[in-house]
Design a protein around this ligand. Structure first.
Ligand SMILES: Cc1ncc(COP(=O)(O)O)c(C=O)c1O
Length: 425
């Protein structure tokens, strides 16, 4: 299935949205930064999931990638589910009015009281146990769609910290314990699904189809054994997420070839098994951006210019703390929030936190900046505010939803000084 490259935020959107947010009073001079979410791009990514995967699939969008409640509400209002990595995220999903049968709970560290809570407050939720051992915590009459996460024991090529599929991983029951897994599915008719999430930011997601096919083979074997034992067949395979997208402005071809590859490697799509997906970075990677005023400009030497912004290692934890993390692209806005023009100069863009490593990017070529300019950090709605760091206790910026030329709304106000005092009290 051919798919044209997916859209990126239009360059003219940045200035429009920042100016509109000021006109509407959503941002004032007191606001030093904000996260903007382009709902048109978000829609396109969500629709893309529907286009390339089977009609019956449930797309559970990971809360951990972007937990802003207004955005979760929007995603849920469009019919999508939510994938939750903790009980706290389940609570957010319920607050976003996600129907409980569209909530997927994947925490690797569930407690008995958390499980009891989900049984009571999210009946029918899809819950993926991290191990055979964990299954002992579920009563027989739990009322959930209970599945088991499988560890494929083969590295994905994702960055080491995101590769959850290697043999030393803490996630899932090793597929090498095949017979124990099958015995477990025979002993527990309430187990109805298999789950695979191999890693995040997987460079070549098409290759993950081989892992999906391996889990599908396991499902077939379980179903054959269950058939002989007069037990009902499995009803879902959750293929997780993991698709990387470039954050530096390169476009995305989307997931059509990954889905094609799954179709060609196994019969999953023509089986009665429901497909569940959990794409985080793919959904949010391109649909939002951080805007920051310039806190300070300096040139320690004639050939080294530095701009200090109001977000840095607090909002971009992965980028700053991981030497090989993906890089963003940047745009400068002039004092009227139009794209800045003029001959370019090299700037190091530093964040506001009190350590030397808080540098978002070095040697970024931008038109000459003044204190009235501002800077856009492009493609920054995934795993940014979601990982917000309290180091230096700075206030988390406001979040704004917009559709260019149409609407601009406050999705979450900036934190106040009281919020910070409360959070440390
Ligand atoms: C179980 C699970 N599903 C889905 C995701 C989302 O991954 P990605 O953002 O790479 O699609 C994660 C990320 O950590 C995860 O742990």
């Amino acid at each position: 299935m051919y798919h044209a490259p997916l859209d990126l935020v239009k360059p003219e959107s940045y200035g429009w949205a920042v100016a509109r947010a000021h006109e509407l009073g959503l941002l004032s001079a007191d606001h030093t930064s904000a996260l903007f979410v382009d709902l048109d791009i978000l829609d396109q990514r969500l629709h893309h999931l529907e286009q390339v995967f089977p009609d019956t699939a449930l797309h559970a969008i990971p809360v951990k990638t972007h937990p802003i409640l207004s955005t979760l509400r929007y995603v849920v209002s469009q019919g999508y589910g939510l994938e939750c990595a903790s009980l706290e995220e389940v609570a957010l999903a319920l607050r976003a009015k996600c129907p409980s049968d569209k909530i997927v709970w994947d925490s690797p560290a569930k407690t008995q009281s958390e499980i009891d809570y989900v049984i009571q407050h999210a009946p029918g939720a899809i819950v993926n146990a991290n191990s055979i051992d964990e299954l002992n915590m579920y009563p027989q009459d739990h009322g959930l769609r209970l599945g088991l996460r499988i560890l494929l024991m083969s590295a994905t090529g994702a960055p080491k910290v995101f590769d959850v599929s290697a043999s030393d991983s803490k996630f899932g029951e090793p597929i090498t314990r095949r017979q124990q897994i099958i015995d477990c599915f025979l002993a527990r008719p309430d187990l109805v699904g298999l789950h695979l999430h191999a890693g995040s930011d997987i460079g070549n997601i098409e290759k993950n189809a081989t892992r999906v096919a391996a889990v599908y083979d396991l499902a077939i074997e379980i179903n054959q054994a269950r058939h002989l034992a007069d037990l009902p067949p499995l009803d879902y395979i959750d293929i997780g997420g993991g698709a990387g997208v470039y954050l530096d402005g390169r476009e995305s071809q989307g997931l059509a070839s990954y889905s094609d590859r799954i179709r060609s490697e196994c019969q999953l799509y023509s089986s009665s098994l429901q497909v569940i997906t959990e794409f985080g970075r793919f959904t949010y990677g391109h649909c939002g951006w951080l805007w920051s005023r310039i806190a300070s400009l300096r040139a320690n030497t004639d050939d080294h210019r530095l701009a200090i912004l109001h977000v840095g290692a607090d909002a971009l934890v992965r980028e700053i703390y991981q030497p090989h993390a993906q890089r963003h692209s940047f745009i400068a806005l002039d004092p009227h929030f139009k794209s800045a023009t003029g001959s370019k100069q090299s700037y190091d863009l530093a964040g506001p936190l009190c350590f030397a490593g808080d540098v978002i990017e070095r040697e970024v070529m931008l038109p000459a900046l003044s204190h009235e300019h501002s800077v856009i950090i492009c493609n920054a709605a995934s795993n940014s505010l979601a990982l917000w760091s309290r180091h230096c206790s700075r206030r988390m910026p406001a979040v704004i939803h917009y559709r260019r030329g149409m609407s601009c709304n406050l999705a979450k106000p900036a934190e106040t000084l009281d919020d910070i005092i409360q959070s440390w009290s």
